[in-house]
Each structure stands twice: as structure tokens, then as C-alpha cells.
Design a binder for this molecule. Structure first.
Ligand SMILES: [Zn+2]
Length: 151
């Protein structure tokens, strides 16, 4: 529920992922991600949906771990500007660039550019097309995983 930016108060609702805005080089330099930062897919996958979020777009990818299983294993890359060649149903390979970080909008000056990363099992009963961030926060049938356990 905690904000890491601005007044560092509480969020309006629980955060379903991990926000990444800095990294450390091999020389122990800490640098900020910026709008030039290229964002690769963590795994081979299929783009299920590209949707608006409150900063840029979010891309939902499915990774076929268990074909015909009861749930789809998905990663979601939020607050990005997807490359123009991305489209729903496109297959992507691990390491393939999905886009760059979206610049925060005017009202979000105290919010540095950052990647929102979510990892989630989505029940196969749930249709992907109507999903948005609001409904994903409320629906049963989504099991969120801490991305730090995978990266
Ligand atoms: Zn976030």
C-alpha cells in the first residue's frame, strides 16, 4: 500500500506488482531508468493485450508453461510506450524489446519514469479482452506473484 514517490503516503488500493526506476552498474553507480530505456520481454510469449494505463500503455504477455492448464501464466509490463510493430497475438521472444518507458504526464511530475512489472496467473475462465487495471484489481481468478521471486 506504500507509495515510494512524492509524499510517500498510502496508495488508494494495493499495488499488484513491482515498480523499477533505478539500476546499479557493475561499477556500483546507481542510475535512473529514463524514457530511452529499452524494455525486454522476460520470457518467450504471446501478446494477449495492449491497453492504456494511467501513464502509458500496459502489455500483457502469456507464457505457455502449461498448455491447456487451468490458468495462463502472464507478465504485464506497465507504463511503457510499446514499439509500433507490436500487436495483439504477436509472438515475442525472450529478450525482444517491447518498448520504452512512457514519460509521466504533466500532473505526475513527482513520479519518475518507471516500469511497472506484474506477474500473474489468470484463470482460463477469464476472457482477456475486457480486462483493464481496474477490473484486474477486483476479479477473483487472478493470482498475483511477487516479481522479485523471479528476477
Ligand atoms: Zn506500479
Amino acid at each position: 500500500m506504500d507509495k515510494w514517490w512524492g509524499n510517500q503516503g498510502k496508495r488508494l488500493k494495493p499495488h499488484e506488482g513491482l515498480d523499477l526506476c533505478m539500476y546499479q552498474t557493475h561499477q556500483n553507480q546507481t542510475l535512473f531508468l529514463d524514457e530511452q530505456t529499452k524494455l525486454p520481454s522476460m520470457y518467450d510469449g504471446l501478446i494477449l493485450k495492449i491497453m492504456d494505463d494511467f501513464i502509458g500503455k500496459s502489455v500483457i504477455l502469456e507464457h505457455r508453461l502449461n498448455k491447456n492448464g487451468p490458468s495462463r501464466f502472464c507478465t504485464i509490463y506497465g507504463h511503457i510506450l510499446p514499439l509500433s510493430g507490436l500487436y495483439e497475438d504477436k509472438a515475442v521472444m525472450e529478450g525482444e524489446i517491447l518498448g520504452t518507458l512512457a514519460p509521466p504526464r504533466n500532473l505526475q511530475r513527482n513520479l519518475p519514469p518507471h516500469l511497472h512489472l506484474s506477474v500473474v496467473w489468470i484463470s482460463s475462465n477469464i476472457s482477456i479482452q475486457p480486462l483493464d487495471w481496474d477490473s484486474m484489481g477486483k476479479l477473483k481468478g487472478l493470482k498475483w506473484i511477487d516479481p522479485l521471486s523471479l528476477i
